[in-house]
Design a protein around this ligand. Sequence first.
Ligand code: MG
Length: 160
Amino acid sequence: MSVRTGIGWDSHRLVPGRPLILGGVRVEHELGLEGYSDADVLTHAVMDALLGAAGLDDIGVHFPDSDPRYSGADSVALLAVVVELVRGRGLEVVNVDTTLMMERPKLGPLRAQMRERLAAAIGLDPGRVNVKASTGEGIGFVGRQEGVAALAVATVSERG
Ligand code: MG
């Protein structure tokens, strides 16, 4: 089996008056993420990891913020488009692992919902999509609650 991996990273600024959407799940918080689409930092990192694994450039190439179609876009719907592009290259997604870097709020059971949402969009069992969370320990832009960052790694295999 020929296996490929890709990495994704994204960060967005935390601001008042915006919803906080992570992995397609609305998180109750006094701050939300600023951005052109729904600013779902976790889903964006997953999209870039999948595009990277397939050798398909990055999210900015496929969904430019100069295109009004992506204003307020549902990032999970865009993730499903990315999965179709990956499949179009003769590749199947094997698993996705992620780490959210955010100080608060604690995500608790919402992490399981994020796994299910992302897994459904990718067409995987939720056991193959992992969401971890790590705080900034009060330092850096994550620790000062100026923003949220996310990392993702995706593994894909050539369809045999
Ligand atoms: Mg982004």
